[in-house]
Write a protein that binds this ligand. Structure first.
Ligand code: ADP
Ligand code: MG
Ligand code: MG
Length: 909
């Protein structure tokens, strides 16, 4: 059975000559590159023929211990024959040799993280025929030396798992040989090398391979092809690819496809070229064709930043490249053809695409297209433009922005007023928007280490390569001296919405000496610079940042978002200022107002003093007196926040932390308090000691305080009702929701609700009101409360999941002490994600689901929300939507992100 099943598996899909077995929607099987190559063929674009070996084959290859499935060879032979026919050439033929590339391509694009080998099939048996056919020996030898360099690096070294020391890799050795040779001959550029030079180098390279890798270079087309295919599979498990997958959350079991495709050559002379372009501007979103190209070059030259690429057209020209000739100027006809393809692709894919093309002696070929990475600003602008152009509908527009990209839109920019006064140190290309101010570091390792120490760093490199990704991730900004808008640094930074400037040519970076010189000034590691990634300007020192101004397009977009969402979004806010920020970001209420926050930070002295007085009281009478004084402050804060929310609900949590947190530590502070209170310093110390607990987070806190000191609850509730009554009397609405924290049993709620009812009656009477609208509910943060949620709901009108504590208590992880082990848990994949950042849907999620079901069984209209940090995490928001919560509550700045995530969950991702 099993064998028939595996035999029926189709591993190879062909494309070419206007036909294709694959389609754009087959990305899981064919990888993004393979699926879109097929699609481009289908819509009649000029794509060199070839075939795609499926991701499934890659998975099976690894299952078999790095061996090909038995049916693969036959399928590849048949597909190769089809390709040969479409191209009118034959692989390995001495007279009319077809050359191919072996290209990687996973479901999701992983730019530059996996390997590709070009010019496969060039060998002493095919070289003479190709020279004769092309009448271009220089081109043939150039292609051959490129094949040797790539093949040795990718197939013979990386795929074999060899990991030579830094600078000892075969690619580096050959690069140095090439440089030395050019230097010796006085050549400035690769293009100065003669046929003889290239032929000589090829032989030298082969000697070096034998010497350093102990094996000869396989001068046999068939061996090269199968070696190339295996190497692409293996590059799925290469170090770069694995670390990129960690960052991007791409599962290891997907595998990569291999695209074997007929070569076309951009390095055949001055009528040949290669380029990379975006169908719309990926930095701003403008509906303008945007790209870079190089005459007489092979594809990877543009991306590698080896030569500074030229602008594709007028729209791409800038300060740095305006002196270089554009394709629009040099090859106007081919440019028009490409521009027509751009239009066709835009209409067909209804999105901005990133394309690769090659021109071989005046003939244009398409080599790749995929949905292009873009900045948050560009994503917003393009979604709104395409909606207006009726290319997409509202739902699609809502899905076009990743919630994390909104974060970037709301990110700080360099304060324009301060920037005007600053002098520009250097100019580069604006590759990633926003501003960043930080200390420069010269290596990815340093970036990671410094960031771990809480420093904000700018990673400064000559140019970046895939080995730098972790450092790029850790840095708040990226700055390179070389490379264009499609260089590695630019692509990666844009994908992450990170501030980035590339190609700032005035910078002289000496990574070895950790020194940067610019216009005679020298900077060292740790010196501050400020980047304006939107303009490409670098400044010395620190310039203040401001938050991005409210942009009307963003507002319109968010209106559409709100139309499509059902989940409510509130904010966690403890002050009237926070409440106002939250409302400006679209919060529909406050999900968590922490009473204790009025005792922390600026302006809290008076309230804190009274709280301490209350704590130090030894009799109920004393305590009441202190509480009466304290109430003035509590009421003032609550009233201002209720008023700021203008009738929207505000969930006010009663005092939560253990009291001893408020007793001053240290003899000096204690003496000061004693003096102020007119009591003995020893008494303060004694009280502090008496309040000491071994495990305060599980100690005398939350509702337990309210049970043992009912007057503390009473004061808070009175403050809430009096504040509300005064607002109502003044003719405005307000909706306080009293939340009792850290509960584990319904009797705790009964106990506290009796106090609430009593105070409510008293305040109504005093203020001459029939009632004060309010709700009483509880924070669910102890697993026992979830288990008994049906009981809890008898006395609760609402539940709010305190997912921080619920996670802490479900895992048994102290939230404050995870630093010592969680990184290792994540690194070794013991846990897939930090449960304090994203709800552990598997475990904690079950408790939440159960509590919601049980609670609503008791009380049909039970209002349920969450107020933990995870409330602003898009995946957690999706979970809350599916679990039918009424709302999520998160920090004010994450409110727009939660709104978008909620809409996307409703539309169904
Ligand atoms: P990546 O996924 O890293 O972009 P690609 O498979 O796209 O890798 O290949 C790298 C470069 O080689 C690209 O610029 C591409 O245009 C070029 N290339 C790949 N296959 C061919 C081919 N058959 N003919 C000409 N150029 C090719
Ligand atoms: Mg590519
Ligand atoms: Mg808590």
């Amino acid at each position: 059975m099993a064998s028939t099943k595996s035999r029926s598996k189709k591993y190879v899909y062909t494309f070419g000559a206007g036909k294709a077995e694959g389609r754009a929607d087959m990305k899981n099987l064919l990888g993004g590159k393979g699926a879109n190559l097929a699609e481009m063929c289908r819509i009649g674009l000029p794509v060199p023929a070839g075939f795609t070996i499926t991701t499934e084959c890659c998975v099976d290859y690894f299952k078999k211990g790095s061996k090909y499935p038995s049916t693969l060879r036959k399928e590849v032979e048949a597909a190769l024959a089809k390709t040969e026919k479409a191209m009118g050439m034959k692989f390995g033929d001495p007279v009319n040799a077809l050359l191919v590339s072996c290209r990687s391509g996973a479901r999701k694009s992983m730019p530059g993280m996996m390997d590709t080998v070009l010019n496969v099939g060039l060998a002493p048996s095919t070289i003479p025929g190709l020279i004769k056919k092309t009448n271009n020996p220089r081109f043939v030898w150039d292609s051959y030396r490129r094949l040797i360099m790539m093949y040795a690096d990718v197939v013979m070294e990386k795929a074999e798992g060899l990991a030579p020391a830094e600078g000892k890799g075969i690619r580096k050795i050959m690069d140095e040989m090439l440089d030395q040779f050019k230097h010796g001959k006085g050549h400035k550029s690769d293009t100065d090398m003669t046929t003889e030079d290239l032929q000589f180098l090829a032989e030298e390279f082969k000697k070096a391979i034998r010497k350093h890798l102990g094996k000869p270079f396989p001068d046999d087309p068939a061996l090269q092809l199968w070696g190339g295919i295996a190497a692409v599979f293996k590059s799925w498990n290469g170090k770069k690819a694995v670390s990129y997958r960690r960052i991007e959350g791409i599962p290891d079991h997907w595998g990569t496809a291999v695209n074997v495709q007929s070569m076309v050559f951009g390095n055949m002379g001055d009528s040949s070229a290669t380029g990379v372009a975006f169908t719309r501007n990926p930095a701003t979103g403008e509906n303008k064709f945007y790209g870079e190209w190089l005459v007489n070059a092979q594809g990877e030259d543009v991306v590698a930043g080896i030569r500074t690429p030229s602008p594709l057209n007028d729209d791409t020209k800038n300060e740095q490249n305006k002196h270089l000739a554009s394709m629009q100027e040099v090859m106007p006809n081919t440019y028009r053809e490409l521009d027509a393809i751009r239009t066709k692709l835009g209409k067909h894919f209804k999105d901005m695409l990133d394309i690769e093309f090659t021109i071989q002696e005046g003939t244009l070929y398409m080599l790749q297209c995929r949905v292009g990475k873009r900045t948050g600003t560009a994503a917003l602008n393009m979604a709104m433009d395409m909606l207006k152009e009726r290319l997409i509908d509202e739902k699609t527009a809502v899905m076009r922005l990743a919630p994390a990209q909104l974060d970037e839109l709301l990110h700080p920019i360099v304060d324009p007023a301060a920037e005007k006064k600053a002098t520009v140190l250097a100019k580069g290309l604006p590759a990633g928007p926003g501003g960043a101010c930080g200390q420069i570091v010269f290596t990815a390792e340093a970036a990671v280490a410094w960031a771990r120490d809480g420093k904000k760093v700018i990673l400064l490199r000559e140019e970046t390569n895939p080995e730098d990704v972790e450092g790029m991730r850790a840095a708040i900004g990226i700055l390179t001296a070389r490379g264009g808008m499609t260089s590695h640094a630019a692509l990666v930074a844009r994908g992450w919405g990170k501030c980035c400037i590339v190609g700032a040519a005035e910078l002289h970076v000496n990574a070895h000496a950790r020194a940067l010189t610019v216009k005679g000034q020298t900077f060292k590691e740790g010196d501050f610079v400020t980047l304006n990634g939107t303009r490409g300007y670098v400044y010395t020192g620190q310039i203040p940042m401001i938050s991005a101004s409210e942009n009307p397009r963003f507002q319109t977009f968010m209106k559409i978002v709100d139309k499509h969402r059902t989940l409510g979004v509130r904010a966690n806010a403890d002050t009237p200022e926070d409440a106002r920020v939250a409302r400006a970001f679209g919060a529909e209420g406050i999900g968590l107002f922490r009473t204790e926050h009025m005792f922390y930070g600026e302006g809290s002295d008076a309230a804190l003093f009274l709280l301490r007085k209350m704590i130090l009281s030894t009799t109920v009478d004393e305590r009441r007196k202190a509480l009466d004084e304290l109430m003035v402050f509590v009421k003032r804060d609550i009233k201002a926040t209720l008023a700021a929310m203008e009738g929207l609900p505000v969930t006010i949590r009663l005092l939560d932390p253990p009291l001893h947190e408020f007793v001053p530590q240290g003899a000096e502070k204690q003496a000061e308090l004693a003096r102020a209170l007119g009591i003995d310093a020893a008494a303060v110390r004694a009280r502090g000691e008496a309040l000491h607990e071994n495990n305060p987070m599980l100690g005398h806190r939350g509702v337990r305080l309210g049970v043992t000191y009912p007057e503390v609850t009473e004061m808070q509730v009175r403050a809430i009702f009096e504040a509300a009554a005064e607002i109502i009397k003044a003719g405005t609405k307000c909706k306080p929701e009293i939340m009792i924290p850290v509960t584990c049993d319904v009797n705790e709620l009964k106990d506290q609700k009796a106090i609430v009812a009593c105070v409510h009656a008293e305040v109504c009477k005093a203020m001459d009101l029939r009632q004060i609208p309010h709700m009483v509910g509880t924070m669910i943060e102890i697993p026992r409360a979830c288990l008994l949620a049906d009981n809890m709901a008898q006395e609760s009108e609402f539940f709010s999941f305190g997912t921080n504590d619920l996670t802490q208590m479900s895992f048994g992880f102290s939230r404050d002490d995870i630093g010592s082990f969680l990184p290792e848990y994540l690194g070794r994949k013991i846990l897939a994600a930090d449960p304090f950042q994203t709800i552990d849907q598997e475990g904690v999620g079950q408790l939440i689901q159960m509590a919601v079901q049980k609670g609503r069984k008791t009380r049909k209209d039970l209002k349920v929300g969450i107020c933990g940090e995870q409330g602003g995490d898009p995946a957690s928001v999706g979970f809350c939507h599916r679990t039918k919560l009424n709302y999520v509550s998160c920090s004010p700045y994450r409110v727009p992100i939660a709104r978008l995530a909620a809409a996307q969950a409703a539309i169904g991702k």
